[in-house]
Design a protein around this ligand. Structure first.
Ligand code: SAM
Ligand code: SF4
Length: 319
């Protein structure tokens, strides 16, 4: 389906939980994160109905996200059902990787081909600091397990000045040894900490820094691809990419809608507008389709997050 500006909407990001086994400093505040009640979260059966309706409107790719999707019980059988929806050509998942070692093979078996793993440091102490307690060793073991299972991998690094920006070259070098797509994401000041302005590094600056160390060639993107501008380091097995939601928004090519674990459909990550799908769910498939059409039709030309004072937790929308 196309929105009012002629953009083809073929990608759904589906958050299945607000819960997470980490507390990354850029995503959640240190304290005061209320745990969502079980009753507030959509049942798998409801998430499936929403996806079915979305696919009937032309959605071809679904990304499962959260919170941390691998912490929700019953995920594997849900994915198996989701993967069997006809019309869905791609089912992917974004994870912090902590539970990948035990789940990678089962994910592959039910039809997940690609994973995005969020990893912001290759230094144990820095990783622990950013994630407020995470164990880097577990993520690295998880990445090995995912490779062994035959899952294609994208690595997402949120770059923050003074925290992990000294590691961008080391992350880029991972694409030389592995067939991974390593993506650098501009830090978005979603929780509005006092120091956020000092932490933002533009995609342009990241690219300039990489060019000092590596010879990069720009490469084409594919139709269902995300907003990363991809490059290849000479001779590398994988690629590097830069995602610039703040300095150079990619709203003109936006192809996605989002549904949160509590059933709020959103036409933009950085907008506060949402449509509650629960009453449509109670009425049946046509009502869900109508609600999604309303969301797609209401998609704005671009976000204006920089000019707003609003804050939100990325874990409640799914990134
Ligand atoms: N827990 C999973 C994970 O971390 O991959 C999935 C959910 S997480 C909210 C999805 C993505 O949002 C992650 O790649 C994370 O790095 C990104 N993210 C969260 N807060 C962000 C922020 N303030 N700026 C940029 N990216 C952010
Ligand atoms: Fe959890 Fe992902 Fe947010 Fe980190 S970025 S706190 S892993 S939801």
């Amino acid at each position: 389906m196309q929105d009012k500006l002629g953009r083809t909407i073929n990608y759904l990001r589906l958050s299945i939980t607000d819960r997470c086994n980490l507390r990354c400093c850029y995503c959640m505040p240190a304290t005061g994160v209320p745990a969502c009640e079980h009753g507030d979260v959509l049942r798998y059966e409801e998430l499936l109905k929403i996806t079915e309706a979305a696919v009937s409107l032309g959605i071809e790719k679904v990304r499962i996200t959260g919170g941390e999707p691998l912490v929700r019980k019953g995920l594997i059988s849900f994915l198996k059902q989701l993967g069997s929806l006809s019309g869905l050509t791609e089912m992917t998942l974004t994870t912090n990787g902590l539970l990948l070692e035990e789940t990678a093979e089962r994910l592959k078996a039910v039809g997940v081909n690609r994973l995005n793993v969020s990893l912001d440091s290759l230094d144990h102490q820095t990783y622990k600091q950013i994630t407020r307690g995470g164990d880097l060793k577990k993520v690295l073991t998880g990445l090995d397990a995912a490779e062994q299972a035959g899952l294609r991998l994208k690595l997402n690094m949120v770059v923050m000045r003074g925290i992990n920006d000294q590691e961008v070259e080391a992350f880029a070098a991972l694409s030389q040894k592995h067939p991974w797509s390593v993506r650098f994401i501009e830090y978005m000041p979603t929780i509005r900490e006092a120091v956020w302005k000092n932490r933002v590094i533009s995609g342009g600056e990241i690219l300039e820094r990489l060019k000092l160390t590596f010879t990069l060639s720009s490469i084409p993107t594919s139709r269902l691809c995300g907003p990363a501008k991809p490059y290849r380091i000479d001779g590398a097995m994988g690629t590097v990419g830069i995602i610039t939601p703040m300095s150079e928004h990619f709203c003109g090519n936006c192809n996605r809608i989002r549904v949160t674990s509590q059933g709020l459909a959103k036409s933009c990550l950085l907008s506060d507008q949402a449509l509650d799908l629960r009453s449509a769910l109670a009425k049946g498939p046509q009502s869900i389709r109508d609600a999604l059409v309303e969301v797609i039709s209401g998609k704005n030309q671009q976000h204006h997050f920089e000019e707003e004072e609003r804050c939100f937790q990325m874990s409640s929308v799914g990134g």
